[in-house]
Design a protein around this ligand. Structure first.
Ligand SMILES: CC(C)(COP(=O)(O)OP(=O)(O)OC[C@H]1O[C@@H](n2cnc3c(N)ncnc32)[C@H](O)[C@@H]1OP(=O)(O)O)[C@@H](O)C(=O)NCCC(=O)NCCS
Length: 168
């Protein structure tokens, strides 16, 4: 399987929303209007991970079917501060480096936009994500009590983009 990271096309939206529904519990996953608003905001960008079956040919034939298996929404403001809004990889595609490729591509884009730090929120009980971000050199900045519906706290994690290049 060959995986490429590319920019979002508007025709991808419904697929991305459905992936978000699979990746997060109801209440934490976004409604369509919420996801659309984050993606459309000034300074936002969306990266998509797309797989293509290689079968017996490498590179795969152009006609080989493509499928979106993950995405990331990032945001950079004019003061050089950046945010990872969400990163979602389909359960069947996890632990094969897709999340890392999306995150590294986003960090490269943010460095190119002269962002010095990037922050994100994740639920305090999301151990997979916490291990993933630790692996990518994110550090705990603070806790936001009752950030998520149902009263779940969030950790705010931060990474200095200037002192770290790619992690892999
Ligand atoms: C978090 C997430 C994006 C990781 O994506 P992924 O494609 O599986 O990540 P990678 O394969 O690049 O993992 C890189 C490293 O992170 C760590 N990691 C990732 N998932 C892990 C898990 N479930 N348990 C322990 N460590 C994990 C490992 O160190 C892994 O390296 P390894 O596989 O060589 O051991 C994915 O699990 C996901 O979409 N989760 C649901 C949505 C979510 O929680 N998003 C983050 C909060 S915004």
């Amino acid at each position: 399987m060959r995986v490429t990271i590319r920019d979002f096309h508007s025709r991808d939206f419904e697929t991305l929303w459905r992936i978000d529904q699979q990746c997060f519990a109801p209440g934490i996953s976004y409604s369509r209007p919420e996801l659309a608003a984050y993606m459309r905001a000034s300074g936002s960008f969306t990266l998509v991970a797309e797989s293509q079956e290689t079968e017996n040919t490498e590179p795969p034939a152009d006609s080989a079917p493509r499928a979106i298996i993950g995405f990331l929404v990032g945001h950079a403001n004019r003061r050089g501060a950046a945010h990872i809004i969400t990163i979602d990889v389909l359960p069947k595609a996890r632990r094969s480096g897709i999340g890392s490729r999306l995150l590294s591509a986003a960090e490269e884009r943010l460095r190119a936009a002269h962002c010095s730090t990037v922050q994100l929120e994740t639920a305090v009980d999301n151990t997979s994500a916490l291990t993933f971000y630790k692996r990518h050199n994110y550090s705990l900045l603070r806790t936001i009590p009752r950030y998520y519906p149902g009263g779940l706290d969030a950790f705010v994690l931060e990474k200095n983009l200037l002192s770290s290049a790619s992690d892999r």
